[in-house]
Design a protein around this ligand. Structure first.
Ligand code: PAF
Length: 292
């Protein structure tokens, strides 16, 4: 089957319902385009596990803050289409902003809210990007609603997003099987991201600081260091020396995202840093008793 492109949400919804009537298993990969090897891994897995693979490309304006890079966000349409064809994707859903947010649009979805002192959406990236996860939760809910029951594939690089989406699926009883796949990295450890292309060669070199620091932290804990506060101080200093600004470095519980003061069997260390004009995020899972 060749790549079928759909722009109209209603048509996607009807087409998906028709497939499901025939008991066809749908794999869905939501993206904002500028597709790379990380997306490729999600699509390949969806391809292996589903009869029909749907990819959405929608640069969602509501998840960008007023001073963020919505307008600058890369949109390499022809290159994206090539990747989708090479991965034998069946459907590309590429709606317009107006189709997803029609005149008078007034409904949002928020996992935890501003009213809550601590919520999955207002810690970590949420602290630095107010409203970001409301935008993500709203668009993901809409996309899930249009595609309908399916397997949905997300990357672990956006760790906080994956935790929020898991919560959303549970809280709203959505018939979605969530698959979160490991971060795909360059040879030197840098997590693959659409934003890496904005880095000049010197910045690209310094961008390695994020993964380098997280791996160092993980290894120190595995080697038996237990003083999280001391480790955090040292790791923060490493980041500060390598990047232009550190938004945060945190070691948290993998589900609640609460900051940890003591080591526990499974933890996640996350960071967001600015290198030049580019904001990068990364994370590692730290298991005390098992090798990653
Ligand atoms: O991870 C992304 O690319 C986006 O946040 C998503 C899930 C496609 C929603 O716009």
């Amino acid at each position: 089957m060749s790549l079928k492109e759909i722009r109209n949400p209603k048509i996607l919804q009807q087409e998906m319902a028709r497939l499901r009537d025939r008991r066809i298993v749908i794999g869905f990969v939501p993206t904002m385009g500028a597709l790379h090897r990380g997306h490729g891994a999600l699509i390949s897995r969806a391809r292996r596990e589903s009869e029909i693979v749907v990819v959405s490309i929608f640069v969602n304006p509501t998840q960008f803050g007023p001073r963020e890079d919505y307008r600058r966000y890369p949109r390499p349409v022809a290159q994206d289409r090539k990747l989708l064809l090479s991965h034998e994707v069946d459907y590309l859903f590429q709606p317009s902003v107006r189709a997803m947010y029609p005149e008078g649009f007034a409904t949002t979805v928020e996992v935890g809210g501003d009213g809550q002192r601590f919520s999955l959406s207002n810690v970590l990236c949420g602290q630095f990007r107010p409203g970001h996860f409301r935008g993500v939760a709203t668009i993901v809910t809409k996309l899930f609603h249009l595609v309908g029951p399916c397997r949905a594939y997300f990357g672990a690089k956006d760790y906080q997003q994956s935790v929020i989406v898991r919560r959303l699926i549970k809280d709203l009883n959505l018939d979605i099987q969530l698959r979160v796949l490991p971060t795909v990295r360059e040879k030197d450890g840098l997590a693959i991201s659409s934003r890496n292309h904005s880095l000049n060669p010197k910045e690209r070199e310094r961008a390695r600081t994020l993964s380098g620091t997280l791996f160092w932290l993980r290894d120190e804990i595995r080697l038996g260091r237990r003083n999280l506060a001391g480790l955090h101080r040292q790791a923060f200093e490493r980041l500060r020396r390598g990047v232009d600004r550190v938004d945060y470095l945190e070691i948290v519980d993998p589900e609640s995202l609460c900051r940890l003061t003591k080591v526990q069997p499974k933890m996640v260390a996350l960071t967001a840093c600015h290198v030049g004009k580019t904001r990068l995020i990364d994370n590692v899972i730290i298991r005390l008793f098992k090798k990653d």
